[in-house]
Design a protein around this ligand. Structure first.
Ligand SMILES: NC(=O)c1ccc[n+]([C@@H]2O[C@H](COP(=O)([O-])OP(=O)(O)OC[C@H]3O[C@@H](n4cnc5c(N)ncnc54)[C@H](OP(=O)(O)O)[C@@H]3O)[C@@H](O)[C@H]2O)c1
Length: 286
């Protein structure tokens, strides 16, 4: 397939580009400096010129706390930007794979969220991601909207790296235990995005690491797998006083017969740590 990736310099974008190249696809990888998705004319021109069969939109404003004070700017990227990419994709007759988030849910549920569950974002970031889903759905492109959660990958700062760094500095940490979600390795997600791009299963999909845990349980498992002796004490989210509210429970599941399952989150972590070890052995920093 001819695959165009926006936001190709980001954590997920880098792994989508890697997976697409590894799969033998012809890839056009566009970082933000190659294509700013908020520029509708540039999106239309670039996508028309490349004439892809598939566009994977990994471009996003991902500063969840920053979005609270800059909702308009976040929505320009996550809402209008997604719409620009979707309309240009429709004009090119390509399939759009657009990445969305578990933060479109309020997290008041206690059973895993499936695709048809009502959305109700708590934060500006969540509202901007929901705006993007709606722009994509209205643009007339053949599209797949993939909601995922708690991403970690070698191409960006993430919770695993934060824990490993803090655990190397301190032998006792406090981590929140009242947010439950699905940690997802970006390499696993990237493969699923490409599988969906090549298939006929259009519409919304929930794709995240199987199983669920709290950030606290995730941290404990990170130190266990890394062979580090660090005591992790539980704490409440309220004690962190962060600007953006987070859903307390945002476990994703699929109710689709043609849905995609990813490996369990602990397996995702093991694969991440193994790839991280190989990258540092090779001195690539990736
Ligand atoms: N990280 C998570 O835990 C998580 C969870 C669920 C869903 N998601 C979704 O997964 C997707 C990928 O996220 P990620 O974690 O890979 O984030 P990321 O590392 O921040 O990547 C996003 C990329 O988009 C680029 N970008 C920002 N504004 C842009 C614009 N106007 N035009 C073009 N590119 C722009 C960024 O460039 P700069 O770095 O130069 O700004 C960055 O390279 C996003 O849709 C995100 O909402 C993420």
């Amino acid at each position: 397939m001819r695959v165009l990736v926006t936001g190709a310099g980001g954590m997920l974008g880098q792994d989508v580009v890697g997976a697409a190249r590894g799969g033998g696809h012809e890839v056009t990888a566009l970082t933000r400096s190659d294509l700013d998705v908020t520029n509708g004319a540039a999106a239309a021109r670039t996508i028309r010129d490349v004439c892809p069969e598939v566009v994977v939109n990994c471009a996003a404003w991902t500063d969840v706390d920053g979005a609270e004070a800059q909702e308009e700017e976040a929505t320009k990227v996550n809402g209008e930007g997604a719409g620009n990419v979707a309309r240009a994709t429709a004009e090119a007759g390509a399939v759009l794979v657009h990445v969305s988030s578990d933060y479109v849910f309020d997290g008041n549920g206690r059973a895993p969220y499936v695709e048809s569950d009502p959305v109700k974002p708590l934060s500006a970031y969540g509202r901007s991601k929901l705006a993007g889903e709606r722009e994509v759905a209205d643009a007339g492109s053949r599209h797949v909207i993939v909601r995922s959660s708690w991403l970690f990958g070698l191409g960006g700062g993430n919770f695993v790296e934060t824990m490993l760094r803090r655990g190397a500095e301190q032998d006792e940490l406090r981590v929140v235990n009242d947010q439950i979600g699905c940690p997802t390795f970006t390499v696993h997600l990237a493969g699923a995005l490409l599988d969906l791009a090549g298939g006929q299963a259009l519409g919304i999909h929930h794709v995240a690491g199987a199983g669920a845990c709290s950030w606290h349980a995730f941290a404990v498992e990170i130190f266990r797998q890394a062979g580090m002796e660090v005591r992790v004490d539980p704490m409440a989210t309220a004690q962190l006083e962060r600007p953006a509210p987070r859903p307390a429970y945002s476990v994703l599941a699929t109710a689709r017969d043609d849905g995609v399952a990813l490996p369990e989150w602990r397996e995702g972590l093991a694969d991440y740590l193994s790839e991280r070890g190989s990258a540092s052995d090779a001195g690539t920093g990736r």
